[in-house]
Design a protein around this ligand. Structure first.
Ligand SMILES: C[S@@+](CC[C@H](N)C(=O)[O-])C[C@H]1O[C@@H](n2cnc3c(N)ncnc32)[C@H](O)[C@@H]1O
Length: 384
């Protein structure tokens, strides 16, 4: 027989009512009695406890029945299964979610790592590029600056060179113009002193004395009227001097070390009809010892017959033949110069010729300087 709630409930209620009745009767018996005996008390207590046990058992059976009922109920089972399924579903989904979340976290971490690595690589590349750019740029900039400075310096040099050339050019042009004017003026004055209608006189300038020098020299010849003139280094000056020396009856010996120029001078002299006044002698250069120095100078035989020279014109040998080439003139010819003799040095504006004249004055106290007012001509005079 199946125990159902409907069947057991009247039994339970009957048992409970019987026990309650017994209990009420017992308590009522106690209330009417004058004294309660120990046996009655223990009987009552035992009854109560038995009642309690029976009630407990009944309640337990009822509870079990209830549970069985509940469990056997299809609806409840269904509901429970649904709940369990839902729970399992929930657990599975939760697990999937967790795994998905975990995968996402891992993926995010991987991405983060990848991104960080990429960023670091990009940063390294950027720094390297910046370094390359910076260094390359600095190098290029420095090279550019250097080149600019070089260009600047070059431009400055060119500008100052151009300025120098310009001012040199202006100075040169000015000097040349002045010089030309001076020479033209000198020639104009010279032309009034000589007659060139019959035959030309040799041209001035170049290796020859310039017109200003010739004008100065003709002044000197007219003023001092030297009777014996010796010239070393012949040329145009020889014929010009011949014209003036002839006027007061003097004589000129002109010595040249080169056949070509000696012949040319001789020809000019003859052409001007100055053969009686001027004698051109050829005397190639030879070594001449003066103190402890050897010079290349004219051979001494060219002067062997010359005495009491009144005017010595030193215009050779040319500078190209040696250092201080003209120095020997005074020491070699000293004994052949008359007291009061004038010694003229052409090209006195050149340092070498100036130094030679100064050397003569130092070594030969019998000579004194004479002012010429011509920068190209130096002159000294024998005072004793
Ligand atoms: C300065 S020159 C003498 C110039 C001469 N007193 C005159 O005023 O015409 C000195 C020497 O240079 C030589 N000479 C002259 N004309 C020359 C020339 N065109 N080229 C090279 N040497 C020359 C001659 O030997 C001459 O004696």
């Amino acid at each position: 027989m199946r125990i159902t709630a409907r069947r057991i409930l009247p039994v339970i209620l009957g048992v409970v009512a019987a026990f309650l009745l017994a209990l009420v009767l017992t308590v009522a018996g106690y209330a009417g009695a004058e004294a309660v005996t120990a046996g009655a008390f223990w009987t009552t207590l035992a009854t109560l406890m038995l009642l309690m046990l029976v009630l407990g058992a009944i309640l337990a059976v009822l509870a079990l029945s209830l549970v069985r009922l509940v469990l056997r109920s299809a609806k409840v089972r269904k509901w429970l299964r649904r709940q369990i399924d839902r729970f399992l579903d929930y657990v599975e989904k939760d697990s999937q979610r967790r795994q998905a979340a975990k995968a996402q976290v891992l993926s995010a971490r991987r991405q983060e790592t990848t991104t960080r690595e990429r960023l670091e690589a990009a940063e390294r590349r950027l720094l390297a590029t910046m370094d390359t750019f910076r260094f390359g740029h600095e190098d290029r900039l420095a090279a550019l600056e250097e080149r600019l400075e070089a260009v600047d310096e070059h431009m400055e040099r060119q500008a100052s060179k151009a300025e120098r050339q310009r001012s040199d050019g202006v100075r040169h042009t000015t000097t040349t113009s002045r010089e030309t004017v001076r020479q033209v003026e000198s020639l104009m004055q010279l032309s009034g002193r000589v007659d060139s209608s019959h035959h030309r006189l040799p041209l001035s300038g170049g290796f020859a004395m310039n017109a200003e020098g010739l004008l100065w020299l003709t002044d000197l010849l007219q003023d001092h009227q030297p009777r014996k003139v010796l010239e070393v280094g012949s040329g145009a000056s020889t014929s010009w001097m011949g014209e003036f020396v002839r006027r007061h009856g003097g004589k000129i010996v002109s010595v040249d070390h080169l056949e070509e120029y000696a012949a040319q001078t001789r020809h000019e002299v003859e052409a001007r009809g100055l053969g009686d006044t001027v004698e051109v002698r050829l005397s190639p250069l030879q070594p001449v010892d003066i103190k402890d120095q050897t010079f290349q100078w004219y051979g001494l035989e060219a002067f062997h017959d010359l005495r009491d020279i009144d005017l010595l014109v030193v215009d050779g040998p040319p500078k190209s033949t040696g250092e201080n080439a003209r120095f020997p003139a005074l020491p070699v010819l000293l004994d052949r110069l008359a007291p009061g003799c004038l010694v003229v040095m052409d090209d006195f504006n050149r340092p070498d010729e100036r130094a030679i004249v100064e050397g003569w004055l130092d070594q030969f106290p019998q000579f004194e300087p004479v002012e010429t007012f011509n920068e190209r001509i130096g002159m000294i005079r024998r005072v004793v």
